[in-house]
Write a protein that binds this ligand. Structure first.
Ligand code: GCO
Length: 456
């Protein structure tokens, strides 16, 4: 028997993207090279050999995309600013044309009543800074703060929701240990160093935001707020064997607690530090760093797609764990479809903070195709979104202060090392022509937004 699940008034129904994944125009209008430009141009790094050079050509088609958002009735749109479009060399001279692109986009969103939710860094570091050590160099944290301060000065009052970083865990692990993301480093011994400098840069940017907060918001409603977006996934042990339970606790520590604890308790989790210290991996913490990192913020964004099931693995010399598949059906990437992840992830966050929470990414990778009738019948995505939104409703019923839900993604885009093979969009992107086609899920999501809820 279906029941109507209605969300609180003002609940933010959104969709999310990221600069490198959708914009294209990789070296246009004064933009500098990013580490993702360099990485994707390196042969063998991307599964299908594609790059973000054009991606969805959003840089030229942004007005059409805003029109799609308006037609869908989106309440909020989460996107990121490409640092190298603003400061091509990472610091120094401002690229006014880059800033103007984002100003026009933000003005259009506000004009249509779509709340901009802007992430300052979604993994696309200016290559010039990478050439000077990147996040392994503590100085990069201060360059980030300069970039952030500039953005807050120029755009701060127009954006109600700012996030410093997107998923520092993924940038640390995939970008600097595994090496299947930019900058393609395979140096697990620098894991905590990279993570610490990312968190330090977050703290410095929050300090810059508060300094700029004197600017009166030009928007009606509350003053702009700042937060961070973390990958928070629930972790389950593969068995009750003590070594699997221990391995699972470390995996949860390395992904979730390694970021939640410094941000909200001003310290790193001792068990995780001990695990890494035995392997000669340490965080270069200086006096005052953790006070900066744990400075109060206004909200926390959670990117949650599934759960991870962890088993003891002595062959993995760094983590001592390996992931094993779950019993559920999987998405095109092979990630288990496990709707309770939404409530479990929110509960993990709630243990650290009572701040407002947003599900800033949740969605399904599919191999979508356009039917002979021109319809993209992504029934699996509708089922996924329906089940995960229903759990989000359950979380709210249990008293969790969940303020919004963002589908990843507004449109099919460049899915990092998978290239164009994994489609997450509500809109189908024909990468050959950049044409957008509403999938069935886009029509379905428009109804969810209109009803502020769904039948489940
Ligand atoms: C992430 C990133 C997105 C991905 C999305 C699908 O969470 O990894 O924020 O850029 O494209 O999650 O994997």
């Amino acid at each position: 028997m279906s029941q109507e699940l209605r969300f609180p008034p003002g609940f933010l129904w959104g969709a999310a993207t990221a600069a490198y994944q959708i914009e294209g125009a990789w070296h246009e209008d004064g933009k500098g090279e990013s580490i993702w430009d360099r990485f994707a141009h390196t042969p063998g790094t991307i599964a299908d050999g594609t790059t973000g050079d054009v991606a969805c050509d959003h840089y030229h088609r942004w007005e059409e995309d805003v029109a799609h958002m308006v037609a869908m009735g989106l309440k909020s749109y989460r996107f990121s600013i490409a640092w190298p479009r603003i400061l091509p060399a990472g610091s120094g001279a401002l690229n006014q044309r880059g800033l103007d692109f984002y100003r026009r986009l933000i003005e259009a969103l506000n004009r249509h009543g779509i709340i901009p939710n802007v992430t300052l860094y979604h993994w696309d570091l200016p290559q010039a800074l990478q050439d000077r050590g990147g996040w392994a160099n503590r100085d990069t944290a201060f360059r980030f703060a300069e970039y952030a301060a500039l953005i807050f000065r120029r755009l701060g009052a127009e954006v109600p929701l700012w996030a410093t970083h997107n998923e520092p865990f993924v940038h640390v692990y995939n970008g600097h240990a595994i090496g299947d993301h930019a900058p393609g480093r395979r140096n697990p011994w620098q894991l905590l160093r990279i993570g610490h400098h990312l968190l330090l840069s977050h703290g410095l940017a929050v300090e810059a935001f508060r300094a700029e907060a004197s600017h009166a918001s030009t928007l009606d409603g509350p003053a702009p707020q700042i937060g961070i977006v973390l990958a928070i996934w629930p972790h389950h042990p593969a068995s009750t064997r003590p070594r699997d339970v221990r391995a699972n606790r470390f995996a949860d520590g390395a992904m979730n607690r390694l970021f939640l604890e410094p941000l909200f308790r001003g310290r790193y989790p001792a068990d995780v530090l001990r695990h890494f210290a035995w392997r000669g991996i340490r965080a270069p913490v200086r006096p005052g760093d953790l006070e900066l990192i744990s400075a109060p913020i206004d909200f926390l964004g959670l990117n949650t797609y599934s759960r991870l099931i962890n088993q003891y693995d002595p062959l993995n010399l760094i983590s001592g764990t390996r992931q094993v598949p779950g019993p559920g059906p999987v998405d095109a990437i092979g990630r288990e479809i496990y709707p309770p992840c939404i409530l479990e992830a929110l509960r993990i966050a709630r243990a650290y903070t009572s701040l407002p929470l947003y599900i800033t990414e949740n969605g399904l990778a599919c191999h979508d195709v356009v039917g002979s009738d021109g319809v993209v019948d992504d029934a699996a995505r509708i089922a996924y979104l329906r089940d995960h939104i229903a759990v989000a409703h359950q979380a709210i019923q249990k008293g969790i202060d969940l303020r919004g839900y963002y589908v990843w993604s507004l449109l099919d885009n460049f899915e990092w090392s998978y290239g164009q093979r994994m489609r997450f969009g509500l809109l189908y992107t024909d990468f050959a022509t950049s044409r957008r086609i509403w999938k069935r899920s886009a029509h379905w999501y428009r109804e969810v937004i209109a009803r502020n809820g769904l039948l489940h």
